[in-house]
Design a binder for this molecule. Structure first.
Ligand code: CUA
Length: 356
């Protein structure tokens, strides 16, 4: 077994061990019973006719109820683990991952980029939002026991809390072409001060939201999506995460998938009151650029403070702050949005200034 270095590792290993032990137990028990019966009930003479047995209700009930309970236990435990692993965590540090033949690119909320490496802070929930530029890859960190397919044309995500500092393997776990086996990297878990120092040491690129804003201008999106809502397209301010009414009367939630679809296939879900004027940007923007534009639209979306009555805006939470550091703080004051990965819900924070 690889090292256990995330919040999921121990329980997942326990579950796996349970399945192996259970399988081994029944394999041995059934094998032994088969051999025992083979010998005990062997034919002893030519023409021997065995005694007819009509059945036994107690036996039938036993071998129905016990396997039923065992399989329901496996189902319940597995479902609980699955639910934990695939439910988006609160207050996570969101890192954007792009798979590409044959490398892994990562972009941090403050704009730091890295290739085939991922630096994460110890003890902080980290959410990876992932997509692919070409074929299906799979982001696999054995020590964290997390493996998630990275699929072109959609966003997948996975999350973990690293529980051990050190360097761990990163693999592509989906055959993706000749260099698949070379599509590897390392995940470096650092304690919080080291992580902050690392963040400062990496030449800071634009944040995804800043890069997205620039794209929004350079692709001339702002010609139609004007803030005063007088353009040919709807204004995008304060829209992210809200429900949007379409021209066919249905309602759609403005989320990452909807924005992406609207950039690549503008006519497919038209907002009520607007005509199908927008050209497609399919082939003109990469998945990373789409993600940046989404980050920008998120950043001009509703602020958490606006969705909480009587709340005061407070300073942004420093990126990568350990969970334990904020847990003791009162959760009454919401934090303002981080540049990426913010939710509409108020986040508990300690009021420290943002450190970059
Ligand atoms: Cu990417 Cu295999």
């Amino acid at each position: 077994m690889p090292e256990q270095a995330s919040n999921f590792a121990f329980e997942l290993d326990l579950f796996y061990f349970f399945l192996v032990a259970l399988t081994a137990f029944f394999t041995v028990a059934i094998g032994a019973a088969a051999v025992y019966f083979l010998i005990k009930y062997r034919r002893r003479s030519q023409g021997e006719i065995p005694e007819q047995i009509e059945g036994d209700m107690r036996l039938e009930l036993t071998w129905t109820i016990i396997p039923f309970l065992i399989s329901m236990f496996i189902f319940a435990w597995g479902a609980k683990l699955y639910y934990q692993m695939y439910t988006d965590p609160k207050d996570a540090l969101e890192i954007f991952i792009t798979g590409k033949q044959w490398m892994w690119r990562a972009q941090h909320p403050d704009g730091q980029r890295e290739i085939n490496e991922l630096h994460v802070p110890l003890g902080r929930r980290v959410k990876l939002t992932m997509t692919s530029e070409d074929v299906i890859h799979s982001y696999y960190i054995p020590a964290f026991r997390t493996k998630t397919d990275v699929v072109p044309g959609r966003y997948t995500s996975s999350w973990f809390t690293a529980t051990k500092t050190g360097t761990f393997h990163l693999f592509c776990a989906e055959y993706c072409g000749t260099q698949h086996s070379g599509m590897i990297g390392k995940v470096v878990v650092m304690d919080y001060p080291d992580y902050q120092a690392w963040l400062r040491g990496v030449p800071r690129d634009k944040t995804p939201a800043e890069a997205g804003e620039q794209l929004f201008t350079s692709l001339a999106c702002n010609n139609c999506h004007v803030e005063t809502n007088t353009g040919r397209g709807p204004a995008l301010q304060n829209l992210f995460g809200t429900d949007v009414k379409l021209d066919n009367g249905s309602i759609v939630k403005m989320d990452e998938a909807y924005i992406r679809e609207s950039i690549l296939r503008p006519g497919s879900k038209l907002v009520a009151g607007y005509s199908n004027d927008m050209p497609t940007f399919q082939g003109l923007v990469t998945e990373e650029q789409v993600a940046m534009i989404i980050a920008y639209i998120k950043s001009i979306g509703p602020k958490p403070s606006e969705s909480t009555a009587g709340a005061r805006p407070a300073a942004a939470q420093p990126i990568g702050q350990p969970v334990g550091q904020t847990a003791s703080q009162p959760a009454a004051k919401p934090a303002t949005a981080q540049s990426i990965g913010q939710t509409a819900k108020p986040a508990p924070q300690g009021g420290q200034p943002k450190q970059n």
